[in-house]
Design a protein around this ligand. Sequence first.
Ligand SMILES: [Zn+2]
Length: 596
Amino acid sequence: MNDNQLIANLLKFKNVISDNVYKSALAKLDYGSNKKIDRLLIEDYKVPKDEIYREIAKYYAIPQMTIDVKTLQESDIEEIKRLISLLPKELKKEVYGKRIIPYKLDKTKNQTLLILSSIPTDSISKLIASSLKYKRYEVIYCPFESIDGIIRVLASTEQDEYLRKILSESESEIDISSKGADEEQEDLIQQEINKGALAYLFEAAIIEGVKSKVSDIHIIPYDNQSVDIRFRIDGKLLLWKRKENIMPQAFLSVVKDRTANVDRFKIDEAQDGYIQRDIDGTTIRFRVSIMPIVAKQQNRNYESIVIRILDDRNVIENIDELGFQSQARKDFEEAVTRPQGLIVVTGPTGSGKSTTLLASLYHVITPEKNILTVEDPVEYVIKGARQIKIGLRLDFNQAIRSILRHDPDIVMVGEMRDKETAETAIKLANTGHLTFSTLHTNDAPSAISRLYKMEIETFLIAYAINIIVAQRLVRRLCDKCKKSINIKKNSAAEISYLLDNGITEEDIADGKIFTTVGCDNCRGTGYKGRLAIHEALFFNKDIRHAIVESKSDIDEEMIRTIARKNGMLSLRESGIELIRKGMTTMEEVVYTTTIA
Ligand SMILES: [Zn+2]
């Protein structure tokens, strides 16, 4: 989007211009008018200039001020006069003509030159500052009439012929920017936003995020002069950078401007968009979520931005890498190699369900089979599958309803979110299709109750499902710094915490139980990467029988007892296996398997 388009959109959104004016003005620009949109609207459509520039100033978070010349001190007038007198003649003309004047020095801000401007994005401000030899300057938007009043006061004491001429002409005839100056002068603020440090910071954040295997990047205003960029690494949010001395709105605009499908002028509604970048020779996709949030100062518009990184290189395509314990691995293999039936992966948000589903799909994809997926939103591109596109004209439930007619062999239904999708998934599984889906439940037996409460008949549940896998992710101990626990050296409290939760003294004596230390490799956390733990409930004859025999409710405890006889480990036990292999800690396992 170029500057003209951007400003036109802003003004239409703010109801400064009507839809008709918007279309007509953009058409004129398309036909080669070389005016800038603001001049075009002022001159050809008589849009009041202050309405235009006030909105532009607000958008770029440029401070605003209205000055009544009568309240100006004598010394202020003298200072303005002095500053203008130092300017070269040509620039002086523009200063008067455009109503952009040097105002005074702000001594609290490190000798910053304040410039009052009726055209807040005009780059004359930069020229004024540089000819007066000030490195720092701040533009303050001030309405045309305000500055005009000041200039008239100056004129009454000034013997400047050009100044008198300007003031005697009607304002609409003043056009001193006509000598191609507009072409040369890029919009100052726009230029800074596009090419400046903010864009660089944003690009640096996403590159660093990808390289450090961050799952999400969070961008949130910290206060009205700084922004926090946080990374979610291995499930925990860490501050990556607090950028100070920037206006949060300006940085949020930079991010929104780089996000497809997002309207950067909308600041009070939820928006979803996406970004794509080539990093290290790979195309990385980013899903962007934008939410309005409350600021301490009520007149400010704050937004929170969360960017999910979708890096196909992080997709696991081999189920051996999912970390199943031996019995679960065997059961899972059997479940996914049957020609039909439902495979359910369950767990809270962020428990790695989609990683497991993807790896399972890759395990069964072959060119002779039609693999259809219905997910909303699609996260990863799955090679060899047809991923149905959910959008305005096809919603999730419509897609589910149509899927049987699309001749599938294997189907992935992103989530059984209601009775209708659950019924369809069960029906697919019972009519010759291998079907994969997810549920949000804490453990495997409670997934059966969930389906029962969705009013799916016990008979259908019992015979459709091949396996239910409950899953959690635990952080993996950093190999560079982990340290073995020693009965003599570690505290009695640490030792008894392990013993109370299922570790034996022999395990500890073998030197295979470790604790965290923290080093550069793991950002001081003691952990690097994550591992999955599972509770895999395989549906054999006994389980099916118990479900069919259920009367008024599903007896989860009975199902659990039968499954344990068949070798099912609970999530906690699966985690303890990993502790025994020296891969994680009791703290991690207890934390992720404690049900709130
Ligand atoms: Zn470490």
